[in-house]
Design a protein around this ligand. Sequence first.
Ligand code: FES
Ligand code: FES
Length: 156
Amino acid sequence: MNAYIWRAVVNGQETELSVRPSERLLPMLRDGLGLTGTKVSCELGRCGACIVHMDGKPVNACLVMAYQCSGRTITTIEGLATEELHEVQEAFLEEGGFQCGYCTPGMIMSVKALLDETPNPTTDQIKEGLSGNICRCTGYGGILRAVQKCGRSAWK
Ligand code: FES
Ligand code: FES
């Protein structure tokens, strides 16, 4: 099918891209817009490396088709920090939640979405909020501490 002009607000900017209707959001962000903070891993919706926000809700960018995100508001990890790191990013650094570059962006996007909905999550709510994010190599202790730290502080 022919390419068409896809329009959306990406990280606060009105954005246009020529895409095929069968294109998925993940390569559009990485290859089309150079936003490589969103990672490619399983491409099956299982690992969470590609999580971004669409209209404020977390989605797996590897599963979202171009037509499904046309006209929406998309936020990637690059859109979280403006002049300074976002509070979630700071907490990940301070509590050892920053692990590898593959899982961390998706983890942070999931945590931001969780805290937007539930500013002071319980441990079970944090585990549920991160249930779509997989780390295969280290652990979740530092991430849990980081989320708990954010939950205790003023949320923005
Ligand atoms: S790359 Fe999208 S969930 Fe794994
Ligand atoms: S996948 Fe990133 S630290 Fe395990």
